[in-house]
Design a protein around this ligand. Structure first.
Ligand SMILES: Nc1ncnc2c1ncn2[C@@H]1O[C@H](COP(=O)(O)OP(=O)(O)OP(=O)(O)O)[C@@H](O)[C@H]1O
Length: 778
């Protein structure tokens, strides 16, 4: 076992004190070893066995599991009870490497989130997402974070750093709120501030926190979208603010955001946040945050200058480093290849590499320039479905592109380094560095878009002969070894293509295949081949399998036709009003005599609200039927909501049905404020918002078209001299927005809101039919 240097100060921490109490015979090194960490006087690092452990899909190393269940149980039980008082030792704490053999006796139960004394709501929501055990960085951060320590943490890409700070913060907020009735107080100021360098990252962190603690109010603020929405959200009262620095400063300056009650500050991607171009903004923000706070810095890369600079902002920070300076900086499941190319052969080789190495999974190709991203994507599109992603693409398009990629609508994303950091997209099997990255850190982050959360992945570096030395220095800096490969042979490409085609055809939906069976029948009838002209393989198949072979061939052919026609999935409905895919047009008819007031768009909303409130939230444009004898209206709903509505029971005298043809409609649609229950708000869903179908711009107030406004304001901000890397990232922060689209569905559900529609029963506004004084009428 390696010697432990300067460990005494760390031993004074309650967690180790606790360990010592529980098991006095253990040495300090044993104790670090028990939690998978190594000890010396400046940081916490992993035991070597953590790095080599890859057996579990959760890649929770046995090293991190306590071999002594009593110790572990008590240690975890103690999580809630540590004092947050000032630490005795004001020097940086540091725990260095201890090469220790680790017992395999420990069990995953010791890391089970359910047994850590975390708030039950948090445990439940994590479990719902399949998160049941802590990852190593989460385990390493948990106790010191709960103790109130300032922390600088480095862990490899995709190892769960977001929850590493998220879990302790959520625990602290939840417990602070316990018993107090302040938690839902309108106008309350944020207690947590998380800074992220890009809008996408900010959104991702927001999502992770929201999903883990839906009962906390988490608001994400970032540039490129309306101020109104964010200002309104902040004014309603907030627990956690996640955001990009530029917008945060703008909101501070407009008095919409006050940071005077922030207790916890997190810098995600800390090295980027403190790089030239960002640090100045971070400093401005930190001036507004109380000095009595807990600060945590996280990144997969933490150059020495960051640690030094960080001390300016942190108080007696504990460094938790699960990467180690001497070791490979990439996540362990990433297989690395390098391929020599020329600038002319690059594009041809690229598509072959994707065919052979992605094996039908998702690929991200990184280019240096936006122009390259466009050109490469265009060139690929002939053979593989691909889209470009960079800072010059409009915000909505970026959003659509990234969502499409996540959903597997296309398999290759060609991106600049705007997508290098933080993006957590499931099933990215391959990363290709089409151009060398600017620095080793970017190489680590780009490659880290694959091989996440213990999964395996592949990264391929394309380089030209004059870049050979850079490749070598990359190996040295990142501590990795490339396997040098040649371009795939035609044989390999064909084999992989065939495999991919088969996998694709297997995925074609039966319903879609059925549509094309008639076409297959026609094909066969039009080309009656005699069995003499059959290829020997086909003949053999028929001899051996009889009609089974024919059935399989017909099935495959119909699948191929469906796929070729772009209908791998059955076609979804289309609105008769907007022609928007995924929307359905329904008709409501009411028999005369079943209510007092005449039918109006507002009363339709009221009716929907009573039958199925989600339908009232999501309803699109409403038109009244132009027939004096019929009281009726047509309206659009998203397919899933419509399905549910159609099975709900309706009040007597009312019928809702799906229609395939529009009846004659009253010419003027209802005024925009009659569109749905929350019509004055951002209620975008799908393309409805983009195309301005709701009220033709009426009723949107300042919520629309504000991107350019924002861009303008941001454009007016000052910039310092930056290198191209930081400038790239900085631009990225300025104009990057993913998932900016908001739906009213979950955020508004269950809130105490005033009702904006009219009662379906009596026609008066301000109450639902269920609350109508004349309710008994139906
Ligand atoms: N304990 C856990 N069990 C299972 N999955 C987890 C756990 N913790 C995190 N994850 C999942 O692992 C994935 C990667 O997590 P995250 O994005 O936080 O990684 P990261 O370390 O911040 O990566 P990067 O350095 O690239 O930003 C996410 O999909 C997250 O939901």
């Amino acid at each position: 076992m390696a010697s432990i240097v300067g460990v005494s100060s760390f031993c004074q921490s309650p967690s180790l004190e606790l360990s010592r109490r529980v098991s006095p015979s253990l040495t300090s090194a044993d104790k670090f070893q028990l939690v998978g960490l190594k000890a010396s006087n400046k940081s916490v690092e992993p035991c070597s066995s953590i790095r080599s452990y890859r057996a579990s899909p959760l890649f929770i190393p046995s090293a991190i599991v306590t071999p002594n269940s009593v110790l572990s149980e008590e240690a975890f039980n103690g999580l809630g009870g540590f004092s947050k008082g000032p630490l005795e030792d004001k020097h940086d704490e540091y725990v260095s490497e201890a090469k220790a053999s680790v017992s395999e006796e420990g069990s995953l139960d010791d890391l089970a989130i359910a047994s850590l004394g975390l708030p039950q709501q948090l445990v439940d929501s994590l479990e719902k997402r399949g998160i049941t055990h802590l990852f190593p960085i989460q385990r390493a951060v948990l106790v010191p974070a709960l103790e109130g320590r300032d922390i600088i943490a480095r862990a490899k890409t995709g190892t769960g750093k977001t929850l590493a700070f998220g879990i302790p913060l959520i625990k602290r907020l939840t417990e602070d709120d316990k018993g107090r009735h302040l938690s839902r107080r309108s106008g309350r100021l944020p207690r947590v501030l998380v800074l992220a360098p890009t809008r996408e990252l900010a959104k991702q962190v927001e999502k992770e926190i929201k999903e883990s603690a839906p009962y906390l109010n988490t608001v994400c603020v970032y540039g490129g979208v309306s101020y109104n929405l964010q200002q309104n959200a902040l004014s309603r009262g907030v627990d956690v603010v996640v955001g990009t620095p530029g917008r945060i400063i703008d909101l501070i300056n407009s008095n919409s955001l006050q940071l005077s009650e922030v207790q916890f500050l997190v810098l995600d991607e800390a090295d980027q946040m403190l790089a030239v171009g960002f640090e100045e903004d971070v400093e401005v923000i930190l001036e507004k945050v109380p000095s009595e706070r807990q600060s945590m810095l996280f990144s997969a890369t933490m150059p020495g200058w960051v640690k030094k600079l960080a001390r300016k902002y942190l108080d007696n920070p504990l460094t938790i480093d699960l990467v180690g300076d001497q070791d490979e900086k990439l996540a362990e499941g990433i297989k690395l290849y390098a391929i020599p190319t020329t600038s002319t052969s690059k594009r041809t080789i690229l598509s072959d590499l994707i065919t052979v190495y992605a094996k039908g999974g998702k690929t991200i190709v990184f280019t240096q320039t936006k122009r390259d991203a466009d050109e490469v994507s265009m060139a690929l599109t002939n053979s593989i479905s691909s889209e470009a992603l960079h800072g010059d693409i409009s915000q909505h398009q970026r959003e659509r592109t990234l969502n499409g990629f996540r959903q597997g609508k296309f398999t290759v994303l060609v991106a600049t380094d705007v997508a290098a950091r933080g993006l957590d997209i499931p099933n990215v099997d391959l990363v290709i560095h089409y151009e060398l990255p600017n620095d080793p850190e970017t190489f680590v982050h780009r490659s880290g878009r694959t091989g996440r959360a213990g999964k395996e992945g592949t990264a391929i570096l394309m380089y030209t002969s004059n870049q050979r030395r850079t490749v070598k220095s990359l190996e040295r800096d990142v501590g990795c070894r490339f396997e040098f490969i040649s371009p795939p042979t035609i044989q390999e490409v064909l084999e992989s293509s065939a495999e991919r085609v088969l996998a694709t055809l297997k995925g074609v939906h039966q319903e879609s295949k059925n549509y094309f069976l008639l076409t297959v029948q026609k094909l066969i009838e039009d080309h009656p081949e005699s069995s003499d002209s059959l290829h020997p393989i086909a003949q053999k198949l028929i001899e051996e399998q009889g009609t089974g072979a024919l059935a399989a061939a017909i099935d495959t052919l119909s699948a191929a036709l469906a796929h070729l026609s772009g209908f791998s999935q059955p076609p979804s409905s289309r609105s008769l009003i907007s022609h928007e895919q995924g929307w359905v047009t329904l008709q409501l008819t009411r028999e005369p005599g079943f209510s007092r007031g005449s039918l109006s768009a507002r009363s339709v909303t009221g009716f929907l609200s009573d039958v199925y409130s989600a339908a009232a939230d999501e309803v699109g444009k409403i038109f009244l039927i132009a027939d004096e004898k019929v009281q009726g209206a047509v309206f659009d709903l998203p397919e899933d909501i419509a399905k549910e509505l159609l099975i709900r029971q309706t009040p007597p005298g009312n019928t809702i049905m799906k229609i395939t043809k529009l009846p004659a409609l009253q010419d003027d649609g209802p005024p925009s404020d009659y569109y749905g229950r929350f019509s004055g708000r951002d209620r975008s869903r799908g393309g409805m918002r983009d195309r301005g179908l709701r009220g033709g711009g009426r009723g949107w107030g300042g919520n629309r078209g504000s991107d350019s406004d924002d861009e303008f304001r941001r454009g007016g901000r000052r910039f310092r001299t930056e290198n191209s890397w930081s400038r790239n990232l900085r631009n990225n922060e300025d104009d990057w927005l993913i998932n900016g689209r908001r739906s009213n569905r979950s955020p508004f559900r269950g809130r105490d809101r005033s009702f904006g529609g009219a009662c379906f029963n009596c026609g008066r506004s301000g109450h639902r039919a269920s609350e109508c004084p004349n309710k008994q009428e139906y």
